[in-house]
Every structure is written in structure tokens, then in C-alpha cells.
Design a protein around this ligand. Sequence first.
Ligand SMILES: *Cc1c(COP(=O)(O)O)cnc(C)c1O
Length: 366
Amino acid sequence: MEKILVTKATLPEFDEFTNEIKDIWKSHWLTNMGVKHQALQKELKEYLEAENIELFTNGHMALEMALQALDLQGEVITTPFTFASTTHAIVRNGLTPVFCDINPDDFTIDVNKIESLITDKTCAIMPVHVYGNVCDVEAIEKIAQKYNLKVVYDACHTFGVKYKGVGTANFGDVSCFSFHATKVFNTIEGGAACFKDQVLGQKLYNLKNFGIHGPESVEAVGANAKLNEFCAAMGLCNLRHVDDEIEKRRKIYELYCQGLTGIPGIRFNKIKENVHSNYAYYPIVINPDEYGATRDDVIDKLAEHDIFVRKYFYPLTNEFDCYVGKGYVGDTPIAHRISQQVLTLPMYGDLDDVVVESICKIILEQ
Ligand SMILES: *Cc1c(COP(=O)(O)O)cnc(C)c1O
């Protein structure tokens, strides 16, 4: 059997991409909000049902610049059960992360624990729609209104996800997406910030393009986080196939669920009511006392069969070397336990059914 990794980047047919980039050879316009960028921005605005959208060079810069555009100071309540990017975006803005624990079932922020972490320094909440599970957006909205806090969602896992029929681009002050190679939809590297407030849009644009507005007009102290034309062209191609990709993933999700149901000590991620999922990841949580082996044992066993899964998310961001000893507040025992017990199984549209079945069998027979 060939090596199976946790994901495999989606690519359009070679000819589809070369056709898409042909005009670039005519125009010699390689970046700076060219026709591909404009076309992709328009198509993604529709697909994500965003009121406004600004494309970025990657998801991280969208997150970092979203926080910066909101002119925040002080503490941001967030969770450590996420990719490095979320916490780094807070800290790199000179803000202080305050860590809130997560729900044990869907791994998103436990909204019942947010209020006790609010101080007079709290300026924002930065929740994460982990694995495509949508946070309790209604409760978060209520808390934000009550305490006058901004909300920036790390929506990087929720491309195409809807909650009660509404795209996740619509929640909070800003929702940020990643179009990294490993995500459900990719532009090789890329990202977007979605938002309602037009003024915020101007600030985001300034931040991603040096504050330049015309040949002789520089309005703000911006940086550079523009999506280039080749990446935008890849996005235009991949977007044509993303619904097929999600449908293929749905079938794999169901195969895994069938194969893993009823194994003692193995718990998998149930999609919440009212959520239209994108099947971005297939995490399982292994309780070693009930299952009879640890998460790491399962990883080793799968590796013997050339199947390489990921401890995603382990370690927690508040356990990273760069954050230990910084005095950041917030106990997160549930996040800690889940990070010790979770692994994400291979998940991508082209994953063979036979491989999924053999993964389930290996886990069953451990
Ligand atoms: C991928 C990801 C990011 C960062 O996105 P990049 O496009 O890789 O910069 C941030 N947060 C989460 C949860 C992610 O999965």
C-alpha cells in the first residue's frame, strides 16, 4: 500500500490550471489585485455568503490584520485547542491571550466559562470553529454585546460551513478563513477576512497593501499581505470543484462513522444539529482506560501500516515552549485531556474506501 498521509492537497486538472493562467502571460500582471484576484474575491464573497471580503496572502495574516484593524488593546479571550496561528496572532499584536477551556464534545470554546475570565482589560473574544464545528455563536454574541467586546472568529476550518443556513463568514466582527494547501479549499497559500463594517474593510485593505491608495497617496502604515495572481488562479480552479470535494468527504466521513461505531473508548466528532459541515477533518478521541491502548499506541500501529495520522491539536498553544512561563491566565484541563487523547485520521476527497475500511479495522483490532 502507498503511504497515506492525513491529507492530500486538492489540485485541478493540469490543463485547467494552465488555461486559467494563460492571460497572465499576456498581461504580465502577476500580483497587486489583478483580474484573478478580483474574480476570486467576487466568487468567494458569493460562495461564503459574506457581506464584505478581503483576500490575504494566507489565513494567518488575515487573523493578525483583523485584530490590528480593530485597534485593540488588552486581553483577548481565546482557546488553546487550535493551530499556533490563533494565539500567535493575538500575541504578535501586543495583546494578551486569556485561555478559556473547551467543550469536551465539539472542542469549541465553552461559553459558560467566558464571563468569569472577563476583566476591565478584556477587549475581544477570539473563538475557533475547531474542525469545522461551529461555536455557540449566539451565546458568544450575547456576551460580546453585554460587555462591549469585539469578536474575531478563527473560521479557518469552516470553508463552506453553514449554521442554521447562514455561512460562517457572517458571525462576529470578522471571520477569517485559510486557503492553505492542506485545507478543504486551497489557493496554495491564501486566506480571507469577512466582515460587515466597510470602515474596517478600508483598514484591512490598507494593512495588506502598505496603505497605498494611488500612485501618490499613502494613507496608512500598512504591511504587505496581498494574494498573488497565480494563487488566485488556483483558487478559481479549485472553487469549481469544491462542492464535489465536500461531497466525497461526506462519504468518507460516513464510512469512518460506520467502521468506528461501537468500539469501546473511541469517540468521534458528531456534527451538531443545524450545521451543514464541510467534513474538513476526522478527529477521534481515545480513552485509554476503556480502549486498552493510548492515542500514541494507535498512531504507532497505523504507522506500521504506512498510515500517518496527526496529533491535531497537540500540544495546546498554552503549552508551547514560547508561551510557557509567560504568566498567561486560564486553566484548560478539558483541552489538556483532549489534546492527550485526540488524533485526526486521513481525510480527503480522493481517499480510497478500502484504506478507510482498513484504518477502521486496525483501530478495531488494536
Ligand atoms: C490553517 C489555520 C490557520 C492559519 O492559516 P494559514 O493559511 O496556514 O496561515 C489558522 N487557524 C487555524 C485553526 C488553521 O487551521
